[in-house]
Design a protein around this ligand. Structure first.
Ligand code: N01
Length: 859
């Protein structure tokens, strides 16, 4: 062992890559003793091992470098936009020397086992040298792409030629001159190495299972504007910390699907010319969430790829088609596709002609056999969990990490694991890690841990452990985040799909480094929410979930927070209307429908506008009369356009969005009188409108839900029109509500209590609010009303009154169903395209409408 006799440390760390190096530096600064064990004979981690020809970073070096020390970042000069592996390795070595880090590292030593001991509140760590050491904390800094995937091709042991693997390339290099080389694998490693192998070799044959997207790196000297970053590195790094991928750059809010083809093409051209993957998927806000939008970039990429390959048969094989672009890690290349224009380079599509086995002399596919002098495997890694599970880590009660993660990794923030006290993972599963600039993410984890250990020391706490509640909550949040995206559609290593038998879960957190950093900071700000501490300073735990809303809701709330708009209730009605219109201007458009017709209907006191949405299917159709939201003050017949389109398509119903007079110009009961007039008009004219006679339902959101509920009562009392069903979305039904949801959700979720008061104050004098036409919950009789579906949101001041209305309807004998959606807010359900986690709720509403109409069909 390198250190003289010491067998106990404050911290034992596995891995001397960038994470291990920075950990030593930070832990030393805290005055803690550290020992790092590293399998290789020097520092550098992934850059120590992956020495294949062409290996480079795929995040620009100005970004892919440490930001913790201003002197370090000024003194180091990168020679190229994307540095080569030797240069990055030299950088790691420079860092080790500059901060005198090697003296705390035991090289050529593999950690085999680590066991938590409850008695001593520490870890016992065993190495392949037979040593057992102890520590208070145990940190895995083993990297995300360090454990190679087993080669799952039969017969490799029979091959008599040379075998190379990109992830553990010979340090002395390989001379392929005069050799026939077979390469298996076309991920980043294959795509980077193939052009250089092909330059040397007599012949090169590439076996490709899945064609991959790659864009030209445009490598070369660092552009002057990028070099100028060094003059403002501090600000630049800070900016990077709050981005999505850890690299500053423009983030589009606009959508590919509402941008003209011409403009899209121009933007994609520019994107290609940049030669960078860090912002590829951020060019439009819908590229990673909407398949059709994604396809616009996919098509462009395919066109560019095809244009480089002369032989159409080779182009067919090399052009990717099997997954949405950017759902597998996109590659950066230098002359990859052009390499296949060489006469001595071939591509074999092993999806069509699968490899049967490796033979003594080469590769046998189903239809052909190939002879090689050397085989190169670029077949990838058991990503993110492989290296963590390669060591036998045993936590509390003898539970191993392998057992705990048998069905997929469970981790709090990708940092800590319940049942494994004083154990941290750097860039573990559940953190942005591989979807980000790794060095920046490493720094954030190391700094978070250092702050945590410092806090523990200050509070005299010895043991920290994530709680089950917090861990499960974060895992669910991570899954909900990835489920909103297209990532699950690819058989990628992000999804664990490249390793046979590996659980299929999205391993990284997809929400971006900024959102993630905010979550980590929020945990700290809430007294380390979701962590249990123990020690002489006491036992303490503020348990709970760091993110309680759905991920898209969180993103929306964070965006609104950043905008820091004045509250509506501080504005005049006219200002509020203008602001509301401006805010909805960029909303996603909603799906195409058969027809949209604007017209006028006879309101209670004069003509009012309506917008009719007709399905693409053949009519006549049932009709749903819809009332928009906006607290009786804001909005109009067109303001919930995307939602009306969505409902039209999913319910296969004509939707008529009828405007009504707004307060304060037209206070109570103008809105409901207009609503009832609209109902009578639709019922009378239903066939002329393309509807089926009698097939009429109502639906409304918020104040529109109030109108829908009221018109059902008015129609019942008036003896018609007959309404087949009512769908009430977060409706206002009680002007005197003071239930817990009013207090719990009073602030912070778009509709605030203050805003609701402001709406009421504009709409109805307190003296009339108890009138059932204003507060339908207060109706003396709630029987014989149309079957109702009431949708409420967990984080909505109106949650409890919606629930109360459904219960009161049910108690009076009216068929009523109530669904409360966890993690949603008042505005979630109509936000089509913006809040995809409410898609289920929208499907429920459509199903309820279809059910109402079905009920009238003869059995
Ligand atoms: O590995 P991969 P990688 N038979 O998993 C194929 C980072 N990185 O080492 O796609 C036949 O991407 C497999 O086929 P398929 C970067 O994040 C960065 O190239 O599964 N083929 C695929 O083509 C990257 O994403 C840089 O159908 C088999 C290939 O092997 C990550 O590391 C450079 C097979 C594996 O591709 C991993 O990249 C290099 C089989 N049995 C790596 N098994 C930089 O630029 C697998 N394949 C910084």
């Amino acid at each position: 062992m390198a250190e003289a006799g010491n067998r106990h440390f404050d911290i034992i760390i596995v891995g001397a890559g960038f994470a291990g190096l920075y950990l030593i530096h930070k832990m030393r600064a805290l005055g803690l003793s550290v020992r790092v064990f590293e399998k290789g004979d020097d520092v550098g981690g992934t850059w120590y091992w992956n020495r294949y020809p062409g290996a480079r970073c795929d995040i620009e070096s100005i970004d892919y470098s440490f930001g913790f020390d201003p002197e370090l970042e000024q003194e180091w000069e990168w020679s190229e936009k994307y540095a080569t592996q030797p240069e990055i390795l030299r950088y790691a070595q420079h860092v080790a020397e500059r901060f005198d880090l090697r003296r705390d590292i035991s090289f050529e030593t593999r950690v085999e086992k680590a066991v938590w001991d409850d008695e001593t509140s520490g870890w016992s760590v065993t190495t392949d040298k037979g040593d057992t050491l102890t520590s208070r904390f145990f940190i895995m800094a083993t990297g995300c792409l360090s454990q190679p995937k087993d080669i799952d091709i039969a017969g490799i042991e029979n091959f008599t030629g040379e075998i190379y693997r990109t992830h553990s390339w010979p340090h002395e290099g390989v001379d392929f001159a005069g050799k026939r080389v077979g390469v298996i694998g076309t991920g980043s490693s294959g795509i980077q190495s193939i052009p250089l192998i092909a330059e040397q070799a007599d012949s090169t044959t590439v076996f490709q299972r899945t064609a991959n997207y790659s864009i030209p790196a445009g490598n070369g000297p660092i552009a002057p504007e990028k070099r100028a970053v060094k003059d403002r590195y501090r600000d630049y790094r800070e900016e990077a910390r709050w981005t999505r991928g850890g690299v500053p750059g423009p983030v589009a809010m606009d959508l590919a699907l509402v941008t003209s083809e011409e403009e899209r093409e121009q933007r994609y051209e520019k994107l290609w010319a940049k030669g960078a993957i860090s912002h590829l998927a951020l060019e439009f806000a819908d590229l990673l969430v909407n398949l059709e939008a994604n396809e616009t970039l996919g098509q462009y990429a395919r066109k560019r790829i095809r244009s480089k390959i002369e032989d159409p048969a080779k182009a067919d094989i090399l052009t990717p088609t099997e997954f949405p672009i950017c759902t597998k890690r996109p590659c950066l290349d230098t002359g990859y596709f052009e390499t296949f224009n060489r006469p001595n380079v071939d591509i074999v599509d092993i999806k069509k002609d699968p490899i049967r086995s490796i033979t003594a002399t080469g590769v046998a596919t189903r239809d052909r056999s190939f002879d090689f002098d050397a085989l190169v495997f670029a077949t990838g890694f058991d990503a993110m969990t492989g290296a963590l599970l390669a060591i036998d880590i045993v936590g509390r009660g003898g539970q191993s990490l392998q057992d705990k993660w048998a069905d997929g990794p469970a981790s709090y923030l990708g940092l800590a694991v319940e049942g494994f006290p004083n154990f941290f993972t750097i860039t573990g599963p559940g953190s942005p890690s591989v979807l980000s600039n790794m060095i920046l993410s490493i720094e954030q984890h190391v700094e978070w841990i250092a702050d945590c250990l410092d806090h523990m020391r200050g509070e005299r706490l010895d043991v920290i452990e994530a709680t089950a509640t917090a861990e499960t909550g974060w895992v669910e949040y991570g899954t909900a985040s990835s489920d909103m995206t297209l990532f699950p559609l690819a058989k990628s290593w992000y999804m664990g799909a490249n390793v046979p038998g590996k659980p299929r879960v999205c391993l990284p957190y997809v929400g971006g480094v900024g959102a993630y950093r905010r979550a980590c900071n929020d945990v700290v700000a809430q007294d380390y929410l979701g962590f249990r501490f123990d020690g002489p300073g006491g036992t303490r735990c503020n348990d709970g979930l760091v993110r309680r809303q759905q991920p898209d809701v969180v993103a929306l709330l964070e965006m609104l927070d950043d905008l820091d708009l004045p509250p509506f209730e501080s504005m005049s009605a006219a200002e509020a209307r203008a602001t509301s219109e401006a805010m909805s201007a960029g909303n996603p458009p909603g799906p195409a429908v058969g027809d949209v017709v604007d017209g006028e209907y006879p309101g209670a006191e004069g003509p009012l506008e309506y917008r009719l949405y007709r399905p693409q299917t053949e009519g006549p159709h049932p009709v749903t009369l819809y009332f928009h939201g906006g607290g009786w003050v804001l909005g109009d017949h067109a303001s919930d356009d995307a939602f009306c389109r969505d409902l039209c398509v999913s319910a296969d119903s004509i939707i008529i969005s009828a405007n009504y007079r707004h307060a304060p110009e037209h206070p109570f009961p103008a809105a409901v009188d207009d609503g009832f007039a609209a109902l009578n008009w639709v019922a009378e004219d239903i066939e002329e409108l393309g509807g089926i006679s009698g097939a009429l339902a109502v639906c409304g959101w918020s104040a529109g839900g109030n109108i829908a509920a009221v018109v059902c009562q008015l129609a019942r009392d008036a003896g018609g029109p007959d309404i087949k069903g009512q769908v009430l979305i977060t409706p206002v039904v009680d002007g005197a509500d003071d239930s817990p949801s009013m207090t719990d959700n009073a602030e912070g979720f778009v509709l605030t209590r203050a805003l609701m008061d402001w709406f009421w104050d504009h709409y109805a004098d307190p003296a009339v609010r108890a009138d059932p036409k204003a507060s339908p919950l207060h109706a003396a009789d709630l029987s014989n009303l149309p079957p109702a579906l009431v949708i409420t949101a967990e984080f909505d001041p109106l949650r409890d009154q919606g629930k109360a209305y459904a219960e009161a309807l049910g108690a009076a004998g009216t068929e009523a169903r109530h669904i409360s959606y966890p993690g949603q807010i008042h505005t979630s359900f109509t936000a089509v395209g913006a809040i995809p986690t409410a898609n289920d709720a929208r499907q429920e509403m459509a199903a309820a409408l279809r059910q109402s109409f079905r009920a009238m069909e003869p059995a």
